[in-house]
Design a protein around this ligand. Structure first.
Ligand code: HEM
Ligand code: HEM
Length: 203
């Protein structure tokens, strides 16, 4: 039995990811790698722009943020579906149990945050009566009164969405620091293939 199989067999809840179709011992599956890079770049960009436009009141960026955030939701849902089909990547042989547990927890937090960010954003925008347009394509019209003022459709949904969005801002910054720090630690200190099996772009 290989050392990798021993790690997997030592934990019955763990999927043997590398034995699933599309995975080998060196690389995660192509769809996992492609969705990860699209969502990672999208999330980092949206968190950065979100914080910048909110803190410095740059309202011109709001529509762009909302449009990209809504489009990213499509990829995020595809990734959730893919995780349900495929299971989580199994840890590399030799990773201590406590590190596996932290990595698993952080992966869950990141996955849930990717879903809750756009949904809470939609609640905030549509509930607040601002509607939703993606690059001029109006999906939900703005809710205006006769005088042309924006009127909330559902104030409590909008308020809840705003609170969730605000809480997630801190949650994701902490989770990303652990996630990226952990990935770099694997690469630089442990010198294992954790980073390479996610960031190698060949089929
Ligand atoms: C520079 C940025 C990033 C680096 C270096 C990085 C690195 C990695 C690596 C190496 C793995 C595989 C872990 C393993 O094999 O056990 C992974 C998995 C994962 N990463 Fe990242 N990541 C980054 C950004 C992000 C971002 C922004 C998100 C989401 C907000 C994210 C969410 C996830 C999730 C949910 C997994 C679990 C596997 C999956 O669902 O694809 N990552 N990341
Ligand atoms: C998909 C991922 C998304 C991420 C990572 C993200 C991230 C963020 C962050 C970090 C902020 C700053 C929050 C604060 O400082 O309180 C923000 C603000 C905001 N986001 Fe998003 N967002 C996403 C999607 C969306 C979507 C889909 C919408 C609406 C359709 C949206 C609407 C807004 C609005 C209106 C604000 C300003 C909130 C305020 O003025 O208090 N976001 N976003």
């Amino acid at each position: 039995m290989s050392s990798q199989e021993e790690v997997v067999n030592s934990n019955n809840e763990q999927h043997n990811f590398d034995q699933q179709p599309g995975n080998d011992a060196e690389l995660l599956s192509p769809l996992t790698r492609v969705l990860h890079i699209i969502i990672a770049l999208g999330m980092i960009g949206l968190v950065g722009v979100g914080i910048y436009m909110t803190d410095f009141e740059v309202y011109a960026l709001y529509d762009l943020h909302k449009a990209f955030g809504s489009i990213l939701l499509v990829f995020i849902l595809a990734r959730v579906y893919w995780r349900i089909c495929e299971g989580w990547p199994s840890p590399l042989a030799g990773t201590p149990a406590w590190q596996q547990q932290i990595a698993k927890l952080v992966h869950w937090v990141l996955l849930i945050a990717t879903v809750l960010f756009p949904i809470s954003g939609l609640m905030m925008s549509i509930g607040g009566g601002h509607g939703l347009s993606i690059f001029g394509w109006e999906l939900v019209a703005e809710n205006m009164d006769a005088a042309g003022n924006t009127v909330a459709l559902n104030e409590s949904a909008a308020g809840l969405g705003k609170n969730i969005h605000g809480i997630l801002r801190d949650v994701i910054l902490i989770a990303l620091a652990l996630h990226v720090g952990g990935a770099l630690k694997h690469h630089i200190i442990d010198k294992d293939s954790t980073l390479k099996r996610m960031f190698t772009f060949k089929s």
